[in-house]
Design a protein around this ligand. Structure first.
Ligand SMILES: C[S@@+](CC[C@H](N)C(=O)[O-])C[C@H]1O[C@@H](n2cnc3c(N)ncnc32)[C@H](O)[C@@H]1O
Length: 460
């Protein structure tokens, strides 16, 4: 049995991986150096640009403009607006991202990496997922190591983070029935990619799941059962570790703006004029349910974005962690409730107007960590948000890099170093990304003595 965090770190961080493993890893997963360094700038741009005004397309120009191309989803949205009136940004974002037929995440395209629309930290380097894996084992061990370890990931993308986490777990003796993985993934197309990566095969039709709470199941390479769920509410109640990387930022938001008449909601209407797209932003004439519910009396901003789903999900996480035990790590770009106007689109590593060609680009908004914390604070102890750079450095990323560099091939050096820089440098992903830890209030006193790794410095 592992005795302490240090034992874990020594085992995981100081032992080089085998050459066979490295060969497989660098061939199959990481982007070549050049691609990585090219992406650095794009990633930085993606995270830091805020839109100056979402109404910039409101004024029709007198010149003839060619409108952006029509997509199948645009036609559906136009029909809906015709019958029911302008959509809230919340309704629009939800349709664009997860409409089962034409939504961005349902399209079956691979949106990750250099060929796709954006790159995420787990895709940048193995260092990221490995340190998250060490963190999971350490905190699980501290809380009594209940087996099986139910590991839940929200929005797992290509399954890369879980792949790296599982490799660490296996190295520490945790595999097979000792671990049970549950993915919350709305996109069946992506679930196929995740299954291929973690299990080696794809099951297209899982008839046996039709009366179940999950829509697919399989076994990972390390012999652990894995299940795919559409929603957190269907995950069996048990001690669980929840991971969410770049998940909260894709949950739909309401956008509200204050004008001389008070708070109004930003809506999306047809643009039959000379605007560049077939859709345009308008402001509601009157306050809406969202402006009445979500704007606090002491609000000082004049533009606010709120994701009710994020709040509901956090409340559910809090209830589960309080009642069944466990903890969570939320990793995303975001702020502490002070900024606004972050709704944006991303396509081919560049900013994309959210109203242009709906369904073909990712839509995202910065996560309001203060808002998330507000919804869990009665039940949980929270740590952070701290910056990605500080979390990874506290977890010993420099040690792990040094260990990998000692054993890598000369041509792998550059890629390892550029991945490390991209994850940790403030101007790349180091500062924009934040880590928030959630723990049961019942272990508060214990955590004062033994704070969670990553949120304080363990390794010097
Ligand atoms: C931005 S990607 C992040 C992927 C991965 N975590 C990473 O960092 O590489 C968002 C993920 O969440 C999934 N997703 C989006 N909206 C969802 C929803 N409402 N419920 C469940 N999964 C969702 C997408 O299919 C995708 O897997």
């Amino acid at each position: 049995m592992l005795s302490s965090f240090e034992t874990i770190m020594r085992k995981v961080l100081r032992q080089p991986l085998t050459t066979t493993y490295l060969r497989h890893l660098w061939k199959g997963k990481c982007c070549p150096v050049q691609q990585n360094s090219q992406l650095a700038l794009c990633c930085h741009q993606r995270r830091s640009i805020t839109l100056s005004s979402c109404s910039r397309t409101d004024q029709a120009s007198s010149q003839e403009v060619t409108k952006s191309p029509v997509t199948p989803l645009l036609k559906q949205l136009q029909a809906r607006i015709k019958f029911t009136g302008p959509l809230t940004v919340h309704e629009y974002m939800k349709e664009v991202l997860i409409n089962p037929i034409a939504g961005y995440y349902s399209a079956g395209e691979d949106m990750f990496g250099t060929q796709g629309d954006y790159i995420t930290s787990p895709e940048v380097s193995q260092l990221f997922g490995e340190l998250v894996g060490v963190w999971v084992v350490n905190e699980w061990y501290k809380l009594g190591a209940p087996k099986p370890l139910q590991l839940v990931e929200l929005g797992p993308g290509r399954g890369t983070l879980m792949q790296d986490v599982l490799r660490v777990l296996k190295k520490l003796g945790l595999s097979g029935e000792d671990v049970c993985i549950r993915f919350v993934e709305v996109s069946e197309e992506l679930s196929g990619k995740q299954q291929e990566r973690l299990c080696g095969s794809i099951t297209s039709d899982n008839d046996e799941c039709k009366d179940e709470l999950f829509y697919k199941h399989s076994n990972t390479y390390s012999g652990s059962p894995i299940f795919w769920h559409r929603h957190l509410s269907t995950i069996p109640k048990a001690f669980s570790v929840f991971l969410a990387h770049e998940f909260f930022d894709v949950l739909p938001i309401h956008k509200m703006r204050k004008n001389e008449d008070g708070w109004r909601e930003v809506l999306i209407d047809m643009d039959e004029g000379n605007g560049p797209h077939h859709l345009r932003y308008v402001l509601s004439r009157e306050p809406t349910p969202a402006t009445k519910i979500f704007i606090q009396p002491d609000e000082t901003r004049t533009e606010v974005e709120v994701s009710p789903e994020a709040a509901v999900l956090c409340k559910e996480l809090a209830t589960r962690i309080e009642e069944d035990g466990g903890f969570a790590l939320i990793m995303d770009y975001g702020h502490d409730g002070k900024i606004s106007n972050t709704f944006r689109g991303f396509k081919s590593h560049t900013l994309h107007d959210p109203l242009s060609e709906p369904g073909t680009a990712d839509l995202t908004a910065d996560v309001d960590f203060a808002y998330l914390k507000e919804h869990v604070q009665d039940k949980l102890v929270t740590y952070g948000p701290v910056t990605q750079s500080s979390f990874l450095i506290n977890m010993g990323i420099e040690l792990r890099l040094a260990s990998l560099l000692k054993n890598c091939k000369p041509e792998e050096r550059k890629s390892l170093i550029s991945g490390f820089k991209m994850l940790t440098e403030p101007k790349q992903m180091g500062e924009r990304f934040k880590f928030l830890g959630l723990f049961p209030a019942v272990v508060k006193e214990y955590l004062i003595k033994h704070p969670p790794g990553g949120f304080c410095r363990y390794i010097d």
